[in-house]
Write a protein that binds this ligand. Structure first.
Ligand code: EPU
Length: 336
């Protein structure tokens, strides 16, 4: 089935809570319905939206916004050790995590409570607490907008890296994700080494699927704003990566700076720490600020426009560049 609306308000479709209109909004509940719609000669600009948790609208969108309402979940293969789960792109991400935890399948538990939907998990390669969606993804099914072809991308094709996939690069804007298949495990292989996760799990009684999920939820709830209460798009910037030489120079000057060694020799810094050091937790700009418990999250303090958010973000980028000589790149997609 296809649902279509003209001059559609996106206010409740983006977690920043920014008012913007789409010329047309199209929701599809099956691959066939989507192909039939595109096959009638679709033209013009398009944007695919999931939970709207990684978008910043700075104006109206003069094209078609597509949203998946494909919500079926199917076991496509099960062995003694693995479960291959094919999931519709419109399934709410945290509902999927809760479902797999309830079934006793391991893999997604560290990704609890990330806002958004399954389709975006593949595009953004969402990640938290030492796990990325791409680690679990086996394949991604899409419809290519230009010729309505059904396409299949294997894990390798997807080219996953930190907050990156081929859908943000060579194939950007060309596809609508319909299904994502995840390989989950029937035996525990917990990843608890990030931050205080292990301590939190121990406090809850030790490593079980339910306890890891609960620990991650509690850590997130303490650090990140609830999108239902405070407008934000989660991490606004990506954590910057610098050379070992630059990292050593920064560590000399700022011994408390968190740094994470990467396998390629470079070093990842914490954007949240850098932003906090520039004093942004204390200095909101009228309708926009950073979250009091996590400076990496830019928040709408009420009634902010997209351009106000963008101006605030540029001031943050400039201050970090000036104080540390480090360039911050946005994780959020700016539209309009
Ligand atoms: N920190 C500060 N001040 C702050 C924020 C962070 O000093 O205001 C320090 C923390 O104390 C810690 C370090 O920076 O030493 C890292 O902080 P945190 O563990 O909160 O993680 P992050 O690197 O800031 C990333 C992801 C989050 C994800 C967490 C946990 C990115 C862009 N963000 O944040 O993802 O939940 O790790 O894995 O990689 C998201 O993408 O929306 C998101 C929330």
């Amino acid at each position: 089935m296809i649902k279509q609306f003209d001059a559609y308000s996106l206010l409740n479709r983006n977690t920043f809570g920014i008012e913007a209109k789409a010329a047309r909004f199209v929701e599809f509940s099956s691959t066939d319905a989507l192909r039939a719609f595109l096959g009638t000669g679709f033209a013009g600009e398009s944007l695919v939206i999931g939970g709207g948790s990684n978008l910043l609208f700075v104006g109206d969108f003069d094209g078609t916004v597509f949203h998946s309402a494909i919500t079926d979940i199917e076991i496509v293969e099960e062995t003694a050790t693995d479960v291959l789960l094919r999931v519709g792109s419109g399934v709410n991400w945290d509902d999927l995590v809760a479902y797999t935890v309830e079934k006793g399948w391991y893999g997604l538990e560290n990704l609890s409570l990330i806002p958004g939907e399954v389709g975006a998990s593949a595009v953004q390669n969402v990640g938290a607490y030492g796990v990325e969606a791409g680690d679990l993804i086996e394949k991604v099914e899409t419809i290519r907008i230009a010729d309505v072809a059904a396409c299949l991308f294997t894990k390798i094709d997807c080219d996953f890296a930190y907050r990156h996939s081929i859908f943000k690069d060579a194939e950007k804007g060309k596809h609508i994700v319909t299904y994502v298949t995840y390989r989950l495990k029937k035996a525990a292989d917990f990843k608890l080494s990030y931050g205080n996760l292990k301590d939190k799990v121990d406090e809850l009684g030790g490593a079980t699927l339910a306890n890891v999920r609960r620990a991650v939820c509690e850590i997130r709830e303490a650090k990140l704003p609830n999108p239902a209460e405070i407008g934000s798009a989660g991490s606004f910037f990506m954590n910057p990566v610098v050379t070992a030489e630059k990292a050593a120079q920064l560590k000399d000057e700022y011994p408390a700076m968190p740094q994470y060694q990467l396998s390629d020799g470079n070093v990842k810094l914490s954007a949240g720490w850098l932003i906090e050091q520039c004093g942004w937790k204390q200095t909101p700009h009228s309708h926009v600020g950073v979250y009091k418990h996590q400076a990496l999250v830019v928040v709408n303090l009420g009634g902010a426009t997209g351009n106000e958010v963008l101006d605030f973000a540029s001031a943050v980028v400039d201050s970090v560049k000036e104080k540390f000589g480090v360039c911050l790149n946005m994780e959020v997609n700016v539209i309009g």
